[in-house]
Design a protein. Structure first.
Lengths: 350, 409
């Protein structure tokens, strides 16, 4: 198993380099002169020069053959990409074009909001998806199963930005029960420890803060949880159905164990492996879905930030956030694969 | 040798059932499935309304403006003052029903183009990698692959020195490696010296025309490429390389990648189509590859291999028809996904450019005057997205059951 883990860990390295390459190549997609595109038509010479400098736009993209021809080996490797990669290794994601603040700083500041939203959404998705999947599988071909399956298909087909808007329409505009957006109302303070407001308010015993934070987070969290919940339901169901056909389940039923014990002790444990993979994959969906959900609910996380940056053509921010999400996604899948190897000894033997 | 006698008696009894093709069988299973039928009806309605609206119902988005009729709630019967507005009107007084129906055409276009891109590129990649991972390449296939590989790798020294012939040089080395492998057996140990040496020396010599440092770099690069080319690349390595590239695309959450690509390209429906299509390539490549690999283990493929059928015949007669069902299912669901992603892009202002009617963009627009309580401006475009996506998903789900009754998800 040690060798499998090592191999899997090493396999991340080329993918990671590939990811940086893709993100680097993004800026070559910008039509026209990138520096002008970033700053707009009326940019000053000085600003354009600054952007060229910052992105190394005067350098070639990958390798400098002219420098080599002149006998300059270091110059050969001094390119936009090598500079970009060198900065990345130092955790330098560049700085925002408009505000001139390091991207990494703002990222650190805004990420907890997205993390909190994603975690709560995943929690909701699991809370709905797993029981629904089990119930549906154990009562296969009943009305309950039918309703769950159609419901989960509707969930998969849901444009979450539309769901979010409809939620606001119903609960905020018409019923006026919940706020339309933001993370906290003005005037409510929560002492920050982890920057996850729900957790912080519980830790400091700030009950009003907790309720206020919950009221703000619940609508976006439900919208964001829809698709993962539906997918987890379907996966749990199909995986349970596979396992329920196994001989050992028949044995367990035949020896007179109750349905509850067969389902939860014998079936669920084995049915859970594929579900874990799906949960890992959904983590990526959540982070990407944050762009839409946060935009609708003015949630001050990285998703809303990306949206604002796209509108403002602040490319380093888009690059930085995409990179961060890709890396997180990559590592979640790594963890899923490794946990798979631990949970299922057959895998590492292959 | 004993002669084998075939006995045919009794077999005819089983052939009483009329002959039905696999597809007719699948069609019967599909129409027997109630949810799949709902999906099919929704999809057909969507296709018909979108195409009919595009070709027979004139709509000029640029001149569609009526401030006198702005934000009217749905109106089913015409009165003196107000026309019929089935879905109400938006902030500019445009009829939402009309725009929703016309928006279908854009969604349909995005879906078809994006899925075609991913299906074509991903399908071909998956077909080739899966096939050659299970079945050894023959001489000519290996020859073509290695020549192309040599040419591609040779582009690097060719670019550095601005000498195009270096690419051809390495293409020849790649081709030579295959010939060496095939016809000059017994000297297998030698190729580890010969090819890197040839690559290094020839590349360095031509690099010397530019400068000593260039020659050095070219020598090293030539050595490495020669080493890589010294043994013909088997299907497995080829497949590994392709799949590694697919893994890189897959390591981005799919529509985040599409959003990022369009963010840099600038908004536009066509750019959105391409971005969504590119992002979908790995899904089809992986699916086709694994389907091909399981089919090539089947007896009928082994048999056709054993009787010496050509690879292209095996691929097109035996493998391709048998991997179609998972691909059709995936393509149907892929249409649903593409429509959803396009709507998301439109909502973020990265898709169709206003005033072009597009569901996502319509939502993004109506979202801005949410507090006015104009629920109809939000409800109907979103409902159109959801229903069409749901239709394709239901159909895909039904197709999966119909085409392969064994699998279920």
């Amino acid at each position: 198993m040690g060798r499998y883990i090592l191999r899997r860990l090493l396999s991340v390295v080329p993918t990671l380099i590939g990811v940086t390459l893709v993100i680097f190549l993004f800026q070559r997609l910008i039509p026209g002169d990138p520096a002008v595109a970033m700053l707009g038509e009326h940019a000053t010479e000085e600003n354009i020069a600054r952007i060229r400098e910052q992105f190394g736009l005067d350098r070639p993209a990958f390798l400098d053959r002219d420098a080599l021809a002149e006998g300059d080996l270091a110059g050969f490797f001094d390119s936009q990409y090598s500079r970009y990669f060198g900065r990345l290794i130092r955790f330098d994601l560049g700085e925002s074009i408009h505000r001139r603040i390091p991207v990494a700083d703002t990222l650190r500041e805004r990420f907890p909001a997205t993390l909190e939203l994603s975690l709560l959404s995943m929690f909701i998705a699991l809370l709905i998806g797993i029981p629904a999947g089990i119930a549906s599988a154990s009562r296969r071909n009943t009305a309950l199963d039918g309703v769950t399956m159609v419901g989960s298909l509707i969930g998969v087909s849901m444009p979450i930005f539309w769901l979010g808007i409809m939620e606001i329409m119903l609960f905020s505009v018409f019923l006026k029960w919940l706020p339309t957006g933001g993370r906290l109302p003005t005037g409510v303070e929560i002492q920050s420890i982890t920057n996850l407001l729900l957790l912080d308010s519980l830790l400091t015993g700030n009950f009003t803060g907790f309720v206020a934070a919950l009221k703000h987070i619940i609508l976006p969290a439900v919208a964001l949880a829809t698709i993962p919940a539906a997918i987890i339901t379907r996966m749990t169901r199909s995986s349970m159905l596979d396992v329920l056909q196994e001989d050992y389940i028949r044995t367990a039923t035949a020896k007179g164990l109750s349905l509850k014990i067969v389902l939860f002790r014998h079936a669920l444990k084995n049915a859970f492996l594929p579900v874990i993979t799906i949960i890992g994959l959904q983590a990526g969906t959540l982070l990407a879905g944050a762009v839409l959900t946060e935009t609708i609910f003015s949630w001050p996380g990285i998703g809303k930030w990306v949206y604002d940056s796209i509108l403002g053509r602040d490319y380093p921010i888009v690059q930085g956030v995409t990179l961060l999400i890709a890396i997180i996604f990559l590592f979640i899948n790594l963890v899923v694969d490794l946990s798979y190897a631990i949970l299922d000894p057959r895998i590492s033997l292959e | 040798m004993e002669e084998t006698k075939f006995e045919t008696n009794g077999v005819e009894d089983f052939a009483v059932r009329e002959h039905r093709s696999l597809w007719i069988d699948a069609w019967r299973r599909l129409i027997a499935n109630r949810t799949a039928m709902v999906g099919l009806i929704v999809v057909v309605l969507f296709l018909l309304s979108a195409t009919f609206a595009h070709f027979f119902w004139d709509y000029e988005p640029k001149s569609d403006l009526d401030y006198g009729a702005k934000l009217l709630p749905p109106q089913l019967i015409a009165t003196e003052e107000v026309d019929v507005h089935l879905f109400g009107t938006d902030k500019l007084g445009r009829d939402i029903f009309r725009r929703t129906i016309h928006g279908g055409w854009n969604s349909l276009r995005v879906g078809l183009v994006a899925v075609s891109i991913s299906l074509l590129i991903g399908g071909i990649l998956g077909l080739l990698t899966g096939f050659f991972e299970s079945i050894h390449m023959n001489f000519w296939e290996s020859f073509i692959l290695m020549t192309l590989l040599g040419f591609a790798l040779g582009m690097l020294p060719a670019w550095i020195t601005r000498q195009f012939f270096q690419a051809i040089l390495f293409a020849l080395i790649g081709a030579g490696s295959v010939v060496f492998d095939r016809y000059l057996n017994g000297k297998k140990k030698h190729r580890l010296y010969i090819f890197p040496a040839v690559g290094a020396i020839l590349s360095a010599l031509s690099g010397l025309m530019i400068g000593p440092l260039v020659a050095l770099v070219c020598g090293i690069v030539g050595l490495l490429i020669g080493f890589f080319l010294s043994k013909p690349v088997g299907g497995e390595l080829f497949s590994n390389i392709v799949m590694r590239i697919m893994d890189i695309i897959l390591s981005f959450p799919s529509y985040l990648l599409a959003i990022a690509i369009v963010a840099f390209l600038g908004p536009g429906l066509e750019k959105g189509m391409i971005a969504i299509g590119v992002v979908g390539i790995p899904v089809y490549a992986r699916l086709a590859r694994s389907a091909v690999m399981s089919v090539t283990q089947k007896e009928y493929v082994l048999a056709s291999h054993a009787v010496g059928e050509s690879h292209s015949r095996m691929l097109f007669r035996h493998v391709l028809p048998n991997i179609l069902s998972p691909i059709i299912v995936q393509a149907t669901m892929g249409l649903a996904n593409a429509i959803l992603s396009a709507a998301a892009l439109g909502f973020l202002g990265l898709g169709a450019i206003p005033p072009e009617p597009e569901w996502g963009a319509m939502l993004g627009d109506s979202y801005k005057y949410l507090s006015s309580g104009a629920w109809w401006a939000v409800l109907f475009p979103g409902l159109a997205i959801m229903l069409s996506v749901l239709g394709f998903n239901l159909l895909g789900d039904g197709l999966r059951d119909a085409l392969d009754p064994k699998i279920r998800l």
